[in-house]
Design a protein around this ligand. Structure first.
Ligand code: GCW
Length: 690
C-alpha cells in the first residue's frame, strides 16, 4: 500500500503501475517510508519501484543509483533529493524525470505530480528509458486546467441532453438522475488525469430547474461523481444559477446585497463543502442569454460574483464568473450596437472590484467560439482581475464532430497570442498570472486558468467522430503547456491511439488533420466574417443569411458592393479601440489588418486586394472550391486504410467523411453562388456557380 500521505491519487499510481506490470511484465515493489527500508526490498532489473515517503531524508533513498530496476517513481518529499534547481522544494504537480545510474527516475512533489509523471512515461514509451533521455523538469503553466460540461439531467426535445453535444447522451446522467453506474466517468477521469486536466464542471451553464437542484438535494450524487474524479487529481465543480435563492430557497429576491440572499448562499456553500470537502467551486452564467443575474436588481457583475465568492471563500472555493454577457435581443437595423464590444463594455470598468477568489472566464473571441475570431480584448483589459480563457472542444461551430477539424492549431494561436502590454504578454501568460516586462504596477498576478467546453458523450467512440478525440487530448496538453507544438501533440495522440499501427495510418491522419482547421475555415465563412451557419440546424451547415436579420447581433452586412463589419474607431463601432497597443492600430488600419481577420474589422468592396494579392471576391471563390477538393481527396485515402485500423472505427470515420464531403460541397456552392448573385462579379477560375 502507498504511504499514509499519498491518498487516493497515490492509490491510482499504484493501480496504474500494477496494470502496467501485468500487461508488460516486471514486478512492482511499493516501498512505504514508514515500512521497511528500500535496502530490504528485492529489486531486480525491469522492476518498477514506487517510493512514497512523506519526509525529506526519509529512508529508501540511498540505494536508488545502486539497484537497477526499470524505473523508480518517487513521490512526496523525497522528491527533493532529485531537485537541484529548487533546493528540494517541489510543488505537488511539479515533475522531474531523470536518468540515474541506468534507471529512469520520476520524482514529484506530490502524488498528483507522480501521476502526471507516470503518464508522461507512458506517452514517451521506450524513449523514457533511453540513456540519453536527459533531465526534464516540468510543471503546468497554469494551476487550473478545466473542462466544462454542458450536460443536462433532462433530455431537451431539440437540444438533446448535452447542449451543443455531438457524441450522444451525458456520461453523468441518465433516467432523470446521476447514473448509478459511473464506470464511464471513471474511464473519463483516467483520461483527464493522463492529460493533466484537473477540474471539471459537471452540468450546463444554462442551469434549468432539475439541474439547479444538484446544488442542494442532489449533493449526495455530486459527491459520488467527485469520488470518481478525485483519484485522478480532478476536482469537481457545479454550474449554479444566480437565481437559486428564489428558485431553491423560496426567497423573495436574488439581490446580491440582500442579507437573506447572502445568508442563503453561505449556508448552501457550507453544506456543499461539508459533503465534498475538496469541492472546487461554482461556474456562473449570469445575465446572459436569459439566465438570471444581478442586473435585475440594479447591481453589477462585481456585486454578483462577490456574493458567491464570499460564500465559498471560507472553504477555499473559487467562482468562475463568465464574461459572455451581451444583448441577445438586438434589433438588426441598429448598426451602432456591436455584440463584439459587449463583454469589454460590461466588465472592463469593474477591474479591481472582484474578490480574490473570483476568476473571470472569458471566451477566446469577442463573439462566440467562431472558427476564426480576433482574440478577445477583455483578456488584456483587466490587469487587476484573475482571468481564465474559455475554449470550445465541442465542435459547435466547427462541424459538429461530423467534420474533421483538429483544433490544436487554433488554440495554440490563441494561447500564444501576444495580446497585452505592447505584445509582451501572451493570452496564456495572462491566464497563468505571469508578469511581463511591462506588466503594470499592482497587477493581479494570480492565475485564472484555462477552461474549455468538453466534447464527450456516451458514444461508443466518446466523441462521435473518432478523430475528435484528438481535440480533447490536445486541449489537455496545451492547457498544461500552451507553447507545445500542436502537430507534435497530434503525433503523441496518434502513437497512443493507434499503437504499432502501419505507418500509413499516421501519414494519412496527419495529412487529414494537421491543417483541417484551416481547411474547414476555407469552405465556411470567409476572412473572419463569422457565422453564416444554419440557425435551424444548431449552427451546422451553411446559411449565409441565417443570422443576418436576427436578434443575435452577428451580421456580415454583405450587399452588392462589399462585405464585412466596420469595427474601426474612425468610421465603425469603435471596437478596435478596446485593444491595447499595438493591436488597436494594427486592426484599425486596413493596411495592417491581417487578411484572415479583414472582415471581422472592416467592411470592404469585393474588389479590395488582399495581402495575398487576390481580391476578396476571388479569394472567396477560390478557397471554397480548393478546400472541397482537399476534403474529397481524403475519401480514397481513408478507404486505403481499411483493415489497418479497427473495422468499426474505420466505418465510423468513413461515414463521417462522406457527410463532410456533402456538407463542405453545400458550403462551397451556397457561399460561391451567394456572392456571385450579390456582386455580379464572375469567378475568374470559371468553376461552376449556380
Ligand atoms: O455558443 C453559445 C451556445 C449556447 C451556449 C452559450 C454559452 C450554453 O450556442 O448553447 O450556452 O454559447 O457559452 O453560454
Amino acid at each position: 500500500a502507498p504511504g499514509p500521505d499519498a491518498g487516493p491519487v497515490g492509490e491510482t499510481v499504484v493501480a496504474e503501475l500494477r496494470r502496467a506490470t501485468a500487461a508488460h511484465g516486471g514486478t512492482l515493489t511499493v516501498v512505504d517510508a514508514a515500512g521497511p527500508r528500500l535496502d530490504d526490498a528485492t529489486v531486480r532489473a525491469h522492476d518498477l519501484v514506487l517510493v512514497v515517503a512523506p519526509r525529506a531524508g526519509g529512508p529508501g533513498q540511498r540505494r536508488y543509483p545502486d539497484a537497477h530496476p526499470t524505473a523508480y517513481l518517487v513521490a512526496a518529499a523525497t522528491a527533493g533529493r532529485y531537485d537541484g534547481e529548487t533546493g528540494g522544494q517541489f510543488a505537488p504537480d511539479m515533475v522531474r524525470r531523470v536518468r540515474v545510474g541506468g534507471t529512469t527516475v520520476v520524482a514529484a512533489g506530490g502524488a498528483v505530480g507522480l501521476l502526471y509523471g507516470l503518464h508522461g512515461v507512458v506517452r514517451l514509451g521506450e524513449r523514457a528509458f533511453q540513456a540519453d533521455d536527459g533531465d526534464h523538469l516540468e510543471r503546468p503553466l497554469t494551476p487550473v486546467r478545466m473542462l466544462d460540461h454542458w450536460d443536462n439531467i433532462d433530455v431537451h426535445p431539440v437540444m438533446g441532453q448535452v447542449e451543443r453535444g455531438y457524441a450522444g447522451g451525458s456520461i453523468f446522467y441518465a433516467d432523470g438522475r446521476v447514473r448509478d453506474d459511473l464506470s464511464r466517468v471513471a474511464d473519463y477521469a483516467r483520461l483527464l488525469g493522463s492529460i493533466g486536466v484537473n477540474a471539471v464542471a459537471i452540468n450546463n451553464v444554462n442551469v434549468h430547474a432539475t439541474e439547479a437542484r444538484l446544488l442542494t438535494d442532489g449533493l449526495a450524487d455530486v459527491a459520488r461523481v467527485a469520488d470518481v474524479f478525485r483519484p485522478h487529481g480532478v476536482r469537481t465543480y457545479l454550474s449554479v444559477s444566480f437565481g437559486s435563492p428564489m428558485r431553491l430557497g423560496g426567497l423573495a429576491t436574488n439581490d446580491p446585497l440582500d442579507p437573506d440572499v447572502q445568508a442563503w448562499w453561505a449556508a448552501t456553500a457550507d453544506r456543499v463543502w461539508a459533503t465534498i470537502p475538496d469541492f472546487g467551486g461554482f461556474v456562473v452564467k449570469a445575465d446572459s442569454e436569459g439566465q438570471p443575474g444581478p442586473f435585475a436588481y440594479g447591481r453589477d457583475h462585481a456585486d454578483g460574483a462577490n456574493l458567491l465568492a464570499r460564500a465559498v471563500a471560507p472553504h477555499g472555493g473559487t467562482v468562475f464568473w463568465r464574461a459572455f454577457v451581451y444583448n441577445h435581443e438586438q434589433d438588426w437595423r441598429d448598426r451602432r450596437t456591436d455584440r463584439a464590444r459587449a463583454a469589454y463594455d460590461h466588465f472592463a470598468p469593474l477591474d479591481g472590484r472582484f474578490d480574490d477568489n473570483v476568476v473571470l472566464q472569458v471566451k477566446y473571441g469577442p463573439l462566440d467560439f467562431q472558427v476564426r475570431e480576433a482574440v478577445s480584448p477583455v483578456i488584456a483589459a483587466m490587469p487587476r482581475t484573475r482571468v481564465a480563457v474559455e475554449l470550445q472542444v465541442t465542435q459547435e461551430y466547427t462541424g459538429h464532430q461530423k467534420h474533421v477539424c483538429y483544433l490544436g492549431p487554433l488554440w495554440s494561436d490563441v494561447l500564444g497570442f501576444p495580446l497585452a502590454e505592447d505584445a509582451t504578454r501572451t493570452v496564456a501568460d495572462i491566464a497563468s498570472g505571469l508578469p511581463g516586462p511591462r506588466t503594470p504596477e499592482g497587477a493581479q498576478l494570480r492565475a485564472g486558468g484555462i477552461t474549455a467546453v468538453s466534447n464527450v458523450g456516451d458514444d461508443e467512440f466518446w466523441t462521435g467522430h473518432p478523430l475528435a478525440q484528438a481535440n480533447l487530448y490536445a486541449y489537455g496538453r496545451l492547457a498544461w503547456d500552451p507553447s507545445a507544438d500542436p502537430v507534435a501533440l497530434l503525433d503523441e495522440w496518434l502513437d497512443l491511439t493507434f499503437p504499432g499501427a502501419d505507418p500509413r495510418v499516421r501519414e494519412t491522419l496527419h495529412a487529414f488533420m494537421d491543417d483541417s482547421w484551416l481547411t474547414y475555415e476555407k469552405y465556411t465563412a470567409p476572412l473572419g466574417v463569422c457565422f453564416m451557419v444554419d440557425p435551424l440546424r444548431g449552427h451546422y451547415g451553411p446559411n449565409v443569411d441565417g443570422y443576418e436579420y436576427s436578434k443575435w447581433g452577428t451580421y456580415h452586412f454583405a450587399d452588392r458592393d462589399g462585405i464585412g463589419v466596420d469595427r474601426t474607431v474612425a468610421t465603425g463601432t469603435g471596437f478596435t479601440g478596446q485593444y491595447p497597443a499595438p493591436w488597436d492600430a494594427v486592426y484599425e488600419d486596413l493596411a495592417t489588418c491581417p487578411d484572415e481577420l479583414l472582415l471581422f474589422f472592416h467592411h470592404v468592396p469585393y474588389q479590395h486586394v488582399l495581402k495575398s494579392g487576390t481580391t476578396v471576391i476571388q479569394h472567396i471563390y477560390d478557397t471554397r472550391a480548393d478546400a472541397v477538393d482537399v476534403v474529397e481527396s481524403w475519401v480514397p485515402r481513408w478507404e486505403a486504410l481499411r483493415g489497418l485500423v479497427d473495422d468499426r472505427l474505420h466505418a465510423r470515420v468513413a461515414e463521417r467523411l462522406a457527410e463532410q464531403v456533402r456538407s463542405a460541397t453545400e458550403w462551397r456552392d451556397q457561399v460561391r453562388t451567394y456572392f456571385f448573385r450579390k456582386s455580379g462579379v464572375p469567378d475568374a477560375s470559371g468553376r461552376p456557380i449556380y
